[in-house]
Design a protein around this ligand. Structure first.
Ligand code: C5P
Length: 193
C-alpha cells in the first residue's frame, strides 16, 4: 500500500520546501498542487475549460511562480468546477508507489482525507513575506500585502477553504531552520510507517 503525506498551509509557509525534502528522503513522488491552479489561472480564457484540459506540460509554463500568477490562481481556485476537475488527477497521484507527498490547501481535508500523515505548516505573516521576498527578489511590504490578501481569500471561500484537518500535525516554522522542520516531519513519517 502506498504512503500518502498531505501538507497544507498558507503561502510561503515552507510547505513546498518541506514536501520536496521529505519526498527525497523516502523516495516518494511529490506534487505541488498550487501549480495546477497557477497553470489554470495563467492559461486564461474559461478557467473551467482550462482545468478540464490541463496537460502536464502546462505545469512548466514560464512565470507561474510570480505573485501575479499566485493571485490569478487564488481567484480560479475559488470556482467549484475548477477544483472538481482537478480532484481525480491529484487522488491518482496520491496513490503512487511507494508513496507520495502532496502540498496545497485542501489536501488533508478534501483530496486525501485518508492520508497516513497530515501536516499543517504555518509561519508568521512577516516571516513568510521575508522568505518569499528573498526568493523572488521582490519588495517585502508588497509581498506581505499580497500574501495576506491571498490567504484571506483562500481561507474564506465556500469550497475547500484552507484549514487544518482535525488530525493534522501543526508545524510552525517561524523559529525553525529548514533542516529542523524537515527532521520533525521525517520523524513523524517514521513513527507512522
Ligand atoms: O501553493 P501556491 O501558493 O502555489 O498556490 C497558489 C494558489 O492556488 C493558492 O493561493 C490557492 O488559492 C490555490 N490552491 C488551492 N488548493 C491547493 C493548492 C493551491 O486552492 N491545493
Amino acid at each position: 500500500m502506498s504512503f500518502t503525506i498531505a501538507i497544507d498551509g498558507p503561502a510561503a509557509s515552507g510547505k513546498g520546501t518541506i514536501a520536496r525534502a521529505v519526498a527525497r528522503e523516502f523516495g516518494f513522488v511529490h506534487l505541488d498542487t498550487g501549480l495546477l491552479y497557477r497553470a489554470v489561472g495563467a492559461i486564461g480564457g474559461d478557467p473551467i475549460l482550462a482545468a478540464l484540459r490541463l496537460r502536464p506540460e502546462d505545469l512548466s509554463r514560464d512565470g507561474l511562480r510570480t505573485a501575479e500568477a499566485g493571485q490569478a490562481a487564488s481567484r480560479v481556485a475559488a470556482i467549484p468546477e475548477v477544483r472538481s476537475a482537478l480532484v481525480d488527477f491529484q487522488r491518482r497521484f496520491a496513490l503512487s508507489e511507494p508513496g507520495a507527498v502532496l502540498d496545497g490547501r485542501d489536501i488533508g481535508t478534501v483530496i486525501c482525507p485518508e492520508a497516513q500523515l497530515k501536516l499543517y505548516v504555518t509561519a508568521s505573516d512577516e516571516i513568510r513575506a521575508r522568505r518569499r521576498a528573498l526568493e523572488l527578489g521582490a519588495d517585502e511590504a508588497h509581498i506581505l500585502a499580497e500574501l495576506r490578501e491571498r490567504d484571506a481569500r483562500d481561507a474564506a471561500r465556500d469550497v475547500a477553504p484552507m484549514r487544518p484537518a482535525e488530525d493534522a500535525m501543526l508545524l510552525d516554522t517561524s523559529q525553525l531552520s529548514i533542516d529542523e522542520a524537515v527532521a520533525r516531519v521525517i520523524e513523524a513519517v517514521r513513527l507512522r510507517s
